[in-house]
Design a protein around this ligand. Sequence first.
Ligand code: CTP
Length: 449
Amino acid sequence: MKKVITYGTFDLFHKGHLSLLQRAKALGDYLIVGVTTDHFDEARGKVNVVNSVIERIESVKNTGLADEIIVEDHEGQKIEDIKKYGIDIFTVGSDWVGTFDYLNAFCKVVYLERTPDISSTMLRESRFQIVRMGIVGTGRIAPRFLSESKYVSGVSIVAAYNPEKESGQSFSKQYGIPIYDAEYEKFLDGVDGVYIASPNETHCEYAKMALEKGKHVLCEKPIAFSRKETVELYSLAREKQVVLYEAIKTAYCPGFQQLMNVAQSGKIGRICDVEACFSRLADPDSRERTDANYGGAFLEFAAYNLLPIFKLLGTDYKEVRIDSIYGENGIDLYTKVQLIYENGMGTAKCGVGVKSEGQLVIAGTQGYILAESPWWLTRKFQIRYEDPNVVDSYEPRFQGDGLRYEISGFISKINGVDHIGYKLTEKEAEAMAEITELFMEKRRSRKNA
Ligand code: CTP
């Protein structure tokens, strides 16, 4: 009996998939179809898949062509399967020519002609409206947003806005994106949503104007400097029935999500202490080091550090203490936020002029989790116990630094599929704004003293 195997995502099952399975089946007597899990697709950077793994398996099953269906959930599995199932032929479409030649060492590899003019990507794009996004602010993050959005189907960056004519123009020239340097309202008229990456003090106003015009908003942190403004922005979004997300990319990073889940799984017992640190020695001439009103360590890094604390200990802290070390120009070079809970404590350490170990330590009654720098990208972490010989190591796999997952979640939510709502909740965003407000008050009163 000749055994054939093929793999795919088979999202929004289409005639290209059917034709491939028919021809795969005809290559032998027994066809095994491997369907990717949601997590595996996410790990290899295939974002925006619409159907769940169960639905995709069902579509393959309904063709009646597969003698057996398996799930593919990790890299390197193909060799394993070929050996395990005694496969004679491995086949996929011609878009993969060359990629799987290495499997020739284990069985015959056949690339079947791909059906022209149809793909899941095309169907996803036609099924959902293409969200026309505008970028507000053309600084450091804007080019990264542009390149990462290319991995997300259903989004097109159509314009940028920057009142500073010169830097806007040079961005526009380099990336071929039309730029508006005046008339924010006119810029808004041509987009469905905005990504706000302008200086900190402008976020709230830009977000508010966009929401008022019924535009979706993905806004860099901090969304606002007070709880009240943050609550108002979220309720405005609700009233206008549009999506509002605060862009803290760590929150949307698959690795970070796994870290939070493992921490809450009971493996380290009850979580008692969360200590997070993020520091980067910024250039003394940079905005972070010179803007005494809206620069400094807290505004740069506190959102990242507070995130695991709120996720694991909640937002109902009993006491908060904020201490800073200031530079001569009034900038906080280093800020430490300490939160006291009924049964736990959290510390967030931020630095732009003081360097420390960038780690996240989650201490529990049975052990602790250590995520080393850069924990905010969460590429690896460990659980350690009293017995130093026992260590559980994790290396979550995903592509990029979280930004494409953030964009993909935002776009899906606009299209009515909410995969990310829980990743950064309104409550968490509001709690962050509350701490930000306290910090800003403290810094202001020090300046005025
Ligand atoms: N396939 C094909 N002809 C098409 C589309 C897909 O022969 N027009 C084949 C692929 O080469 C692969 C299998 O169908 O062997 C499953 O492909 P999959 O990646 O699930 O489908 P795509 O439509 O290519 O998905 P996407 O657009 O998300 O990449």
